[in-house]
Design a protein around this ligand. Structure first.
Ligand code: FE
Ligand code: CA
Length: 519
């Protein structure tokens, strides 16, 4: 045992004693548990807010005095007082209340605040067990009838903790934004892989609830990630690594069916416990994540779930290169779905009825077609884990986007930046551009880029590909009634704890003129 283990054990012993005392006080006939005091800060995971509305937002925290060993809380409900104020000194309190942090939800708190004024910043904090949390800042959206002129957001994804420091989050926290959109791979499951910049404290991995909880805690003790959460409301969805690499649905895994669903239930519960999401809390292996968030009639974000309802991945496809279309025949099967029937109907219906100036589909994986075979006579449409494996759903969405005002698709997962023109028929260069896809690089996954890569030639194999870059970072967007401006922000390194940020490229999408153009 190393010397550094000792304080942890002492803390654990102390918490066990607290739990025993709490249990005794209940045996003695007290109906109310004794007010809890902790000698260690329970706000080790910071604070967060999310899913802003015209009159509120979700405020989140989790009590975890021993975050990397199950949290360290006694097995009892704990009252958590919250306040939200109009000023950063927390003097002008607008709303306050008390929430219960329950052991069943890892002592996380999700306060769905209402009754706030539209379109303004607020500051919030929590108190519990004699301790006070850091102050977070959030922002309500404009009233439905308002006519806002600007919205600023950043989108990001893929923050492998072991493969890089969160220099991107440190810089993102200093931007001037109304919200952050996070597109998945918030955690990576399993043991650390790749070139390690830092390691997980907990050894081993078992796909159980305690594995996922400790993994979220490991990520969320990072101060730069905490700063990015405390600075802006986040609008989050997930990708595969919140459960398991490249998982699909889980309901068609036959003999693995039951184990897969138990794993999914654990992963989804831990996701909910650590994200500023609205209820209801997950029940078993299901959690509805797809939803929309709007800034009045200026912009609507359609946040998709591309994992929970998808058909199984098309496995190795040796005939792909010979198929006339270049697609693996199975990918074209109209029975295959990425979104599931309900979500797909919701998305197509919502887009069809939208009156927003900008319609942003925020989702996890690459949407556009991409041919990665350098041979002009051959096609390799790799990526059966992204929309290349779900062509029928993509086509239905493309056809709806063609009838939608200013459609923009945001994506992540690829760990590089791409910009694409979206076309109803990617194989036909005369097919009109109907929208743009902005695909953002990773926060830290895969570490620093080796060399600038040049394997894609937009003029031949992928004429609709407008941009490629392999730095780490995020994408900062500012939109108004006339245009959306996207700055691809790159950090100088993720191999050291601090780094500079710069803009590697700026793309502009003009109102009524589909496609992104480099500024
Ligand atoms: Fe990733
Ligand atoms: Ca992924």
């Amino acid at each position: 045992m190393s010397v550094s283990d000792t304080p942890t054990l002492t803390r654990r012993a102390f918490i066990a004693r607290l739990a025993a005392l709490a249990a005794m006080s209940q045996v003695g006939g007290c109906t109310e548990p004794r007010p809890l005091k902790l000698d260690t800060d329970p706000f080790t995971l910071g604070v967060a807010s999310g899913d802003p509305s015209p009159d509120g937002a979700v405020l989140w925290t989790r009590l975890a005095p021993d975050p990397l060993h199950g949290g360290g809380m006694p097995a009892q409900p704990v009252d958590v007082a919250w306040q939200i104020a109009r000023d950063d000194a927390m003097k002008d309190v607008a709303r306050s209340g008390t929430a219960k942090a329950l052991p069943a939800l890892a002592h996380s708190v999700h306060v769905e605040v209402t009754g706030l004024e539209p379109d303004r910043p607020y500051w919030y904090r929590f108190r519990a067990a004699g301790a006070e949390s850091p102050v977070g800042r959030t922002r309500t959206t404009p009233a439905p009838g308002a006519s806002p002129q600007t919205f600023r957001f950043a989108f990001a994804s893929c923050q492998n903790y072991t493969q890089g420091y969160y220099t991107a989050h440190a810089n993102l926290a200093r931007e001037d934004l109304d919200a952050v959109v996070f597109l998945g791979d918030y955690i990576y499951e399993g043991t650390a892989r790749g070139n390690l910049v830092r390691d997980y404290e907990r050894r081993g991995w078992g796909f159980g609830l305690s594995d996922y909880r400790d993994r979220y805690a490991q990520y969320k003790i990072d101060r730069d990630l905490q700063a990015a959460h405390a600075a802006f409301p986040w609008i989050v969805t997930w990708d595969d690594h919140e459960v398991e690499n490249n998982y699909a649905g889980g309901i068609d895994k036959d003999e693995l069916h039951k184990a897969a669903l138990l794993q999914r239930a654990a992963a989804y519960q831990a996701f909910y416990e650590h994200m500023p999401l609205r209820g209801p809390r997950p029940e078993g292996p299901d959690l509805r994540v797809y939803r929309s968030v709007s800034s009045a009639d200026l912009v609507t974000f359609y946040v998709l779930d591309t994992r929970q309802y998808r058909s199984p991945e098309v496995s190795l496809c040796p005939e792909q290169d010979e198929a006339p279309s270049g697609y693996c025949p199975a990918s074209l099967d109209p029975k295959r779905t990425m979104l599931g029937a309900e979500q797909r109907a919701w998305l197509l219906g919502s887009l069809g009825g939208s009156r927003a100036t900008w319609n942003v589909v925020a989702q996890s994986v690459r949407f556009a077609q991409q041919d990665s075979n350098p041979d002009p006579a051959k096609h390799t449409f790799d990526g059966v884990d992204n929309w290349m494996g779900y062509v029928s759903d993509r086509q239905a969405i493309l056809e709806q986007l063609a009838r939608t005002r200013n459609p923009v698709v945001l994506s992540g997962d690829s760990h590089v930046n791409f910009v694409y023109d979206l076309k109803p028929d990617f194989a036909d260069p005369r097919s009109p551009t109907i929208g743009a896809e902005l695909l953002g690089t990773s926060i830290s996954s895969e570490g620093d880029p080796a060399v600038p890569a040049t394997q894609f030639d937009p003029s031949t194999k992928n004429p609709h590909l407008r941009f490629f870059d392999n730095h780490r970072g995020y994408v900062r967007c500012a939109l108004d009634r006339a245009k959306l401006v996207a700055d691809f922000r790159a950090v100088s390194t993720v191999l050291r704890p601090t780094a500079a940020v710069s803009t590697t490229a700026t793309f502009v999408i003009e109102d009524g003129r589909p496609g992104a153009r480099r500024a």
